[in-house]
Design a binder for this molecule. Structure first.
Ligand code: ADP
Ligand code: ZN
Length: 829
């Protein structure tokens, strides 16, 4: 470089690699106007070619190290695809969760976004009528587009003689003179349609000449008064494709391609439900006084246009949904946007349907069944402001909505909001951050709020909204405890099925024409298959844990790594044919149920059922219509469903998780039981909730039986406080993984040592070793998973920033083994 002191442009680029920060690249002059923050660029790292996102531009004087900087090789987008708020959000997520910025961007952007060169442009009606443009480059573009049709930006650039066109295209697009869209890509729903060109009908007919089929097409279209699909015309009029093609060449018809706007109702057949009627009934719901008060508070907060977070707490069936939907209505009426998060979209078909009916085209529903182009299309609809209500799972918190006024997080306590891979964010907490930045109202909603939220109410960081009554006859179900220790018949291990009391209750419910929900939180037939002759239990080689027996598939599946193999006829160790299923999963419960109640139609809802076509929605619909009378399943059956016909809900073994080595195990059990109990007695009759357990005296189970949320909260808070668990401390889990056990342990020990050494001096003035706690290394709850040994270190302190700073400072540049950092972990596995 010459000794030139003038500044040169650099861009900080986030690349999808596990490196904490952005990398700097030189911006070549030719890309200077396009390499703006929020566009994707092509760069090389080492030898790898990657797509990154420009995070920042900064100009600075070249220094001696400059030689090391590589240039940006290409700019992918015409204009920034991410608005500044989302870039800030990405920065926050990266910093707070100690996650590589590039991986955060990867989570933020829908996959399959296209490069700008393959996007297509065409003249809008306004552009066609506009006459000449003042700028030369604009005029060149218009000229190229006037013949009609769509061409790709790359082609357009070529036609215009290679001049840089992106700025002019952007100006024209903003004036509304031309439109830019995605090219056809595989897997999406594109249609080719034609419409009559402009001009009088007689003129168009004249242009057809003597071609009879041609005239027929024109007349048909004139009659229909709308564009038609080419395939439709060909079928309707039995004309050959050549006829239509000729009419296009003659300028009689205008042809265009578009992504068929997904008609979500017809598109997802499994969403079609009886609930349409219910949804319209809902719009006439008269709010109870407690609901009305909650709605008023939300509406007042919306009016104030300041950040205001709420906790909407009401027992199951208290009508919380209706409360937040009223707030959504107001936001949409005020031209604002709302994001509505749910733990799992497949489990809320009724809500999705209700939103469609109530909010129509304003709603974008991001479910996992969308193909990449469909997801992308919804993303664009949101980005353009066409869709202003977004319903989706945790990733929907990154939806590029405009003018965000409301975020609702339903079932805010649910661990599904926490992402299990990098970036390990919790959408509930990101929602609060995003809400604050946008001056929006945030409503966390739950019947069993998380302890973090409960404490935030006590500390006045969340305003409580409480619903006190319930739908139907308004009474919570009567609870029945069955002590499994007393029931000899089912003491044999692995045969936790139906106690006599449960059988009697089911009998009664079915003969009264009512429905029953049974929860068994294990899928498959049995959690293990054991050889009675030699004790072999067919563990997964990689995880060291027994494989689950799936009788229907004739498979043994490892639920930790997903590996599967077929069931051997005889024990692979001793050769005896003595393999016996140990324990009970949903499949076995179903089998047993069918033996006992052969005439009662039953269905199973678990991950396996969801994977089938029609999946969860199908199962839920049929149960909702009463076609099936018993629903057996995992925790999925406990989620917010509203089935007035359910008289009895039962859990086959309530304490399955109580003794799990995770400080949230009790909370999770309590939440699950409350949710399940809430399914019963939503109609005109009081319901029953039957709990089979080995620990009837446990405080969580006692609190469920007594409907005493306060008692549970106090006992659990005491436990958390004494043992310095969240919410009283902030926690980071460090998990060291390695296929070599020694190396994993060594890395973990070194890391723990480093943490301990630095602990006293983090946090400045208030620092004190007494506050920061470093526990471990210890073998993780699952010591070996997917072939890797795992050791865990837990770091805790009063202040979140202090824990994070300590961890950040102590992480080695290069560790011998993989280290996973989980800030605010939900599950310690
Ligand atoms: P939650 O989410 O609190 O468990 P839901 O919102 O699912 O409860 O409400 C349960 C049912 O009660 C829904 O069908 C809902 O439409 C209905 N509902 C809600 N509020 C009222 C009301 N004020 N009057 C009558 N029905 C209501
Ligand atoms: Zn495995």
């Amino acid at each position: 470089m010459s000794g030139n002191s003038s500044k040169r442009p650099y861009a900080a680029v986030a690349v999808p690699l596990p490196i904490p920060r952005t990398l700097d690249y030189l911006v070549p002059r030719s890309l200077g106007l396009r390499a703006l923050p929020g566009v994707r660029v092509r760069v090389t790292v080492g030898r790898r070619k990657l797509t990154g996102v420009v995070v920042e531009r900064h100009d600075r004087s070249p220094d001696s190290t400059e030689i090391k900087f590589k240039p940006i090789e290409g700019v992918i987008d015409l204009a920034p695809i991410l608005p500044p708020e989302l870039m800030d959000l990405a920065g926050f997520v990266s910093e707070y969760y100690l996650a590589p910025i590039g991986e955060v961007y990867r989570a933020l952007l829908p996959s399959g976004l296209e490069a700008w060169g393959s996007q297509r442009v065409w003249l809008s009606d306004r552009g066609a009528l506009a006459g000449t443009a003042r700028e030369l480059d604009e005029e060149k573009i218009l000229e190229a587009l006037r013949p009609g049709g769509r061409i790709s930006l790359a082609e357009l650039e070529e036609v215009c003689g290679g001049i840089p066109i992106h700025e002019a295209v952007e100006r024209l697009r903003q004036k509304g003179w031309l439109s830019v869209s995605e090219s056809r890509s595989r897997g999406s729903r594109y249609v080719t349609a034609v419409e009559l060109a402009k001009g009088a009908l007689e003129e168009l007919l004249e242009k057809c000449g003597r071609s009879k089929p041609g005239r027929a097409v024109v007349e048909w279209l004139a009659n229909a008064g709308r564009p038609a699909l080419r395939s439709e015309l060909e079928a309707e009029l039995e004309v050959s494709p050549g006829v239509v093609r000729r009419l296009i060449t003659l300028g009689v018809l205008r042809s265009f391609t578009q992504i068929a706007r997904l008609e979500l109702t017809q598109h997802r057949a499994e969403y079609r439900t009886e609930s349409g009627a219910e949804a319209s009934r809902n719009s006439r719901i008269v709010l109870r006084p407690d609901q009305a008060a909650a709605v008023d508070s939300l509406l007042a907060a919306l009016d104030a246009r300041r950040f205001r977070p709420f906790l909407l707490h009401g027992m199951t069936g208290s009508g919380k949904t209706e409360v937040y939907l009223r707030a959504v209505e107001k936001v949409l009426a005020a031209e604002g946007s709302a994001i509505l998060l749910v733990p799992e979209i497949a489990l809320v078909p009724v809500l999705a349907q209700a939103l469609r009916e109530r909010f129509g085209k304003h709603a974008a529903i991001l479910h996992s069944g969308l193909s990449a182009p469909e997801r992308h299309q919804e993303w664009q609809r949101i980005r353009s402001g066409e869709a202003r209500l977004v319903l989706g799972p945790r990733s929907a918190i990154f939806a590029p909505v405009r003018n965000l006024q409301l975020v609702v997080v339903d079932e805010e306590h649910d661990s599904a909001y926490k992402q299990g891979s990098t970036p390990r964010y919790n959408a509930r907490d990101v929602a609060l951050w995003r809400g604050r930045e946008a001056d929006a109202t945030v409503a966390l909603v739950s019947a069993t709020p998380s302890f973090e939220s409960r404490l935030n109410v006590e500390r006045a960081k969340l305003s409580p909204l409480v619903l006190t009554e319930r739908v139907g006859i308004g009474e919570l179900p009567e609870s029945v405890l069955v002590d499994l220790r007393e029931s000899n018949e089912i003491r044999r291990p692995g045969t936790v099925h139906f106690s006599p009391r449960l059988l009697a209750e089911m009998e009664e419910a079915f003969s009264a024409g009512d429905q029953v929900i049974l929860l068994r939180n294990r899928r498959g037939y049995s959690p293990a298959l054991l050889c009675r002759a030699c004790g072999e239990d067919l563990r997964c080689d990689d995880c060291g844990l027994p494989r689950t027996f799936h009788k229907r598939f004739g498979e043994l599946q490892c639920h930790y790594c997903g590996s599967r193999r077929s069931v051997p006829d005889a024990c692979p160790s001793c050769g005896e044919s003595a393999l016996e299923p140990i324990g009970t999963g949903t499949e076995r419960v179903e089998e047993d149920f069918k033996k006992r109640f052969p005439s009662v139609p039953v269905a199973v809802l678990d991950r396996d059922a969801v994977r089938r076509r029609g999946g969860a929605t199908n199962v839920l619909d049929r149960f909702g219509r009463g076609e099936t009378r018993a629903l057996i399943g995992t925790q999925m059956v406990a989620k917010g469903h509203h089935f007035p016909g359910v008289a009895l809900a039962a859990v086959l073994q309530a304490d399955a998780y109580l003794s799990f080595p995770d400080f949230r195990a009790v909370e999770r059990t309590y939440n699950l039981l409350i949710q399940l109990g809430g399914r019963a007695g939503r109609g005109e009759r009081k319901g029953k909730f039957l709990i089979q357990t080995y620990h009837p005296e446990h405080y969580a189970i006692q609190a469920v039986v007594a409907h005493d949320d306060r008692a549970f909260r106090e006992e659990e808070m005491r436990f958390r406080r004494i043992f310095h668990y969240p919410p009283f401390t902030r926690m980071v889990q460090l998990l060291v993984r390695d296929s070599n056990r020694e190396r994993a342990l060594q890395t973990a020990e070194r890391l723990a040592h480093e943490l301990g050494r630095r602990a006293p001096d983090v946090g400045g003035i208030r620092a004190g070793a007494g506050d920061v706690r470093v526990i471990g290394p210890a073998p993780a709850a699952f010591e070996r998973l997917r072939g890797k040994w795992r050791f865990q270190i837990l770091v805790r302190a009063q202040s979140a920033s202090r824990v994070r700073r300590l961890v950040q400072a102590s992480l080695p540049e290069r560790a011998g083994s993989e280290i996973i950092v989980d800030v605010d972990p939900m599950e310690l596995l």
